[in-house]
Design a protein around this ligand. Structure first.
Ligand SMILES: Nc1nc2c(ncn2[C@@H]2O[C@H](COP(=O)(O)OP(=O)(O)OP(=O)(O)O)[C@@H](O)[C@H]2O)c(=O)[nH]1
Ligand SMILES: [Mg+2]
Length: 308
């Protein structure tokens, strides 16, 4: 029997296989499709008018689940009267959806905790209206809740949160699970109140931005025994809306259950309306943006085009 070392080499076959696997130099690098870095997001905004939605909230508040459930809805077809028109972060969405799917083998849907080390990242969503006219691109932030802890008592830290200055919509997420808990409710309110006050005092958020109070996990606040908690939440929302209505373009409140594990509230409860608001709120210039003096007709044409 001929052993392997004695086998003749077929040079023609070898040449053919080299043709099929060209040298590394000819390979085309595909986009990584994971979440975008700040540089990637800036690059995208240079050629597309994207709106930044900053999602701010404590650890475990339900920030990542809220965003990934929007993507999950689009996998099934149009959602919130909008069509999915593409995403530069498909892999990032898929990775974060994995634990919520049956295929993960988990006994209940879950979301992996966002890593503090990853810093600020962006999900990208391209959306088109059902009528087919007009496309909107959203850049939605992903940052670990732990990162915002330090800023509560130290307003000077807010300038490190680039997303606040860039955002046209700033979502302050209130964890419904903690609002349901008599021992934690006041801490949730005072934490969000402190962040909004500090952002307002330091001009960290553009005056043209919309501020949204979004309570997640509303499925955990449905029991009759928790009507006092829901009342306290409504009072908190009214107080914030009253205090900051003149300071920002809009202050609004929302209740969602992006993923009720019992299924009682249906998928993505309250999320469609929220998504629609992100695609239709007024355009805000970043706090730091200064429009230079415009001299010639081309500059003025650009300005008229932006306003149109
Ligand atoms: N009951 C209920 N649980 C939810 C809902 N949405 C999210 N959760 C759960 O809340 C937990 C935290 O969700 P995440 O989305 O990871 O929270 P996060 O704010 O991104 O947390 P960090 O990444 O640590 O900042 C997960 O176990 C989710 O399954 C909901 O609508 N209802
Ligand atoms: Mg997260």
């Amino acid at each position: 029997m001929m052993d392997e070392a004695d086998t003749d080499l077929d040079v023609f076959e070898q040449a053919k296989s080299e043709e099929l696997s060209p040298s590394g130099l000819d390979w085309v690098a595909l986009p990584h499709a994971d979440l975008l870095s700040v540089e990637d997001a800036d690059e995208l905004m240079r050629w597309r008018a994207a709106s930044v939605v900053a999602i701010v909230g404590e650890r475990d508040a339900g920030k990542t689940t809220l965003v990934t459930e929007i993507y999950e809805r689009f996998l099934r077809g149009p959602f919130a009267d909008l069509h999915f028109a593409g995403s530069r972060t498909l892999v990032g969405f898929e990775r974060r959806c994995y634990l919520a799917r049956l295929v993960s083998g988990a006994s209940a849907p879950d979301t992996e905790r966002t890593s503090v080390q990853a810093g600020l990242r962006f999900f990208h969503l391209g959306l088109a209206s059902e009528t087919g006219c007009g496309r909107t691109d959203l850049l939605i932030t992903e940052r670990a809740g732990e990162s915002y802890r330090g800023a509560r008592n130290n307003p000077s830290k807010l300038s490190e949160f680039l997303e606040l200055a860039k955002a046209r919509t700033v979502v302050f997420v209130l964890d419904g699970a903690r609002i349901a808990d008599d021992r934690m409710r006041e801490e949730v309110f005072s934490s969000v109140r402190a962040l909004i006050r500090a952002s307002s005092e330091t001009n960290a958020i553009s005056a043209g931005a919309e501020i949204q109070l979004v309570t997640t996990k509303i499925d955990l606040l449905q029991s009759q025994a928790l009507t006092h908690a829901v009342r306290a939440l409504a009072e908190f929302e009214q107080r914030i809306e009253g205090t900051y209505a003149q300071r920002f373009a809009k202050v609004t409140s929302w209740r969602t259950a992006a993923r009720d594990p019992s299924g009682g509230m249906g998928p993505a409860f309250g999320v469609a309306e929220l998504l629609q608001s992100w695609t239709s709120s007024p355009k805000a210039l970043p706090a730091s943006a200064v429009v230079p003096e415009l001299y010639d007709e081309f500059d003025r044409f650009l300005l008229r085009k932006r306003k149109a």
